[in-house]
Design a protein around this ligand. Structure first.
Ligand SMILES: [Zn+2]
Length: 145
């Protein structure tokens, strides 16, 4: 007889950079954030069975410092329909090599040409995760050696 496991599991979805620019409470910079949804599912053997949309939790992630803030569901729904063009916001992420596997993690604002140091002496794998968390794609990270 097979074992049956059931319970709840949380799945996180990133919608990417969305909505109007908002001032970050932590770094005080003004950018459109990455929008994240956490949805709780009831599962049987890790196969999602049911999901209550009204219990979804939405968060905005500052694309610079990664500060996470809760946002109301109706606001998130508006933001999903509001993509941000490269003319409005264009950030590249840089990994500037300092030692064998240590990098400085830098955000480059392609519009203002400002370079913003996010973290010093971190491993490349950490930067990949941090870029994904900020709504970027790890394949777009620019390695500076
Ligand atoms: Zn921030």
């Amino acid at each position: 007889m097979a074992t049956i496991i059931w319970g709840t599991m949380t799945r996180t979805k990133s919608f990417g950079i969305k909505g109007d620019k908002m001032k970050c409470w932590q770094c005080h910079r003004e950018y459109s954030p990455n929008l994240l949804r956490e949805a709780e599912y009831f599962h049987i053997n890790y196969i999602p069975i049911s999901h209550h949309k009204d219990q979804d939790v939405y968060n905005t992630i500052c694309p610079i410092c990664g500060f996470r803030d809760h946002i109301q569901q109706y606001r998130a729904t508006e933001m999903i329909g509001q993509p941000v063009s490269k003319e409005v916001q264009d950030i590249s992420y840089l990994a500037v090599q300092k030692a064998k596997n240590l990098y400085d993690f830098v955000a480059l604002d392609n519009l203002t040409k400002e370079q913003i140091l996010i973290a010093e002496n971190v491993k490349y794998g950490k930067i990949k995760g941090a870029v994904r968390y900020r709504g970027g794609k790890p394949k777009d990270i620019i390695k500076v050696v």
